[in-house]
Design a protein around this ligand. Structure first.
Ligand code: HEM
Length: 341
């Protein structure tokens, strides 16, 4: 499954792209970003968990006010404190009032879901256990998925989400261990995993002035129009790739179980890195090339190795950067191994 333990302080990462991401995310929320089918209690719990976490982890970015006392069925506050009433995102000068319970009226869980999405750069999926013991995607704020659409997946159990996307090695390798992992996952043991894809974006002159120039929300130049997307056509690189237009699209995902509702929260944080930038990172070109060469056939198929001309272009560029690094004494020769350096 490629998962590793996660320390609590690493749950949510923020960086200098925060404002740019949140502009894109806010716009996407208005169009197709969020949905709640069930799991309303979990969503209310999630918005309080995020507000408690963020105000401690990034105290200059998030400021909170609290209710005078806890007067609801559940006390969402950490360390016995009364629950948070409002959270202010200081750099954006935005304040959100957190719902306390599902009794606050229609649409309260949706409201909580939107606040979650506006606070962080990650997309969110709330997985709730069904009466059949399987985990269902019941609520989410998926604003910048790039190559899948929330409306195609929401409501599905974990296995269907992956089977419908032809996720490589899912039936043969991942299915059983993932089901077992979800059922047994303890509250105190969050985990993280990473993946990567190669994406092509528009050339520089066509990117100028575009809000989402890096095609974070939807990878149109690689996968065509979002409205016409069918999952079989993933990573077809509709535009001819060049080293200037190729991006490494990498997701850092986390999973944790919420203590009160028992729902599992899946976070997906996407990073877009120009491959020319990767080429300059010490030791990275050699490792990326060797990782790409070791893709099993199914993985190559999923990532579109044979669709478009990008695969050979990336390998050739990474090999060239690696050779230059070796000549400068910055990277090990093949087989010597210099990681971690
Ligand atoms: C231990 C947990 C999980 C593992 C090991 C896992 C594994 C994978 C793998 C291997 C892929 C192919 C792309 C990649 O390499 O990442 C994938 C795709 C995907 N996963 Fe998961 N996953 C997990 C949890 C989840 C959860 C909780 C969701 C909830 C929404 C989810 C939604 C998806 C979606 C939407 C895709 C894209 C499918 C497509 O291409 O249509 N995954 N997952």
């Amino acid at each position: 499954m490629g998962i590793r333990n996660m320390i609590w302080s690493d749950w949510i990462e923020l960086d200098d792209q925060y404002r740019n991401y949140q502009e894109i995310r806010a716009r996407r929320i208005e169009t197709q970003g969020h949905g709640v089918l069930g799991g309303g209690l979990a969503v209310i719990e999630l918005v309080h968990e995020l507000a408690e976490y963020l105000s401690r982890r990034y105290p200059t970015t998030f400021r909170v006010s609290r209710h005078p006392e806890s007067n609801t069925e559940y006390n969402w506050g950490w360390e016995g404190l009364p629950p948070i009433k409002t959270i202010t995102v200081v750099p954006l000068e935005e304040t959100h009032e957190l719902p306390l319970s599902l009794h606050e009226g229609d649409g309260v869980a949706e409201k909580a879901m939107i606040i979650c999405a506006l606070l962080i750069q990650d997309d969110l999926a709330v997985m709730v256990e069904g009466t059949d013991g399987r985990y269902y995607f019941q609520a989410g704020a998926i604003c910048v998925p790039g190559f899948w659409r929330m409306r195609d997946k929401i409501g599905m159990p974990l296995d269907e989400i992956h089977i419908s996307g032809d996720v490589p090695l899912y039936r043969s390798k991942l299915h059983a261990s993932m089901e077992r992992f979800f059922r047994r996952m303890p509250v105190e043991k969050p985990v993280a995993r990473n993946n990567y894809f190669l994406q092509t974006i528009r050339p520089l002159e066509e990117r100028k002035g575009r809000e989402d120039a890096e095609e974070l929300a939807w990878s149109e130049s690689t996968n065509g129009l979002e409205s016409e997307f069918q999952s079989g056509g993933r990573f077809s690189h509709k535009l001819k790739p060049t080293t200037e237009t190729l991006r490494l699209r990498s997701e850092r995902q986390t999973l944790r179980r919420l203590p009160i509702s028992g729902a599992i929260v899946f976070t997906i944080r996407t990073y877009m890195t120009p491959i020319e930038e990767l080429g300059r990172e010490r030791g990275v070109p050699g490792r990326l090339a060797s990782s790409m060469r070791s893709w099993p056939t199914e993985v190559g198929e999923y990532k579109g190795k044979e669709r478009g001309e990008w695969y050979e272009a990336v390998l050739a560029y990474m090999d060239e950067c690696h050779r230059e690094q070796v000549d400068r004494g910055e990277a090990a020769r093949p087989g010597q191994g210099d990681y971690p350096y």
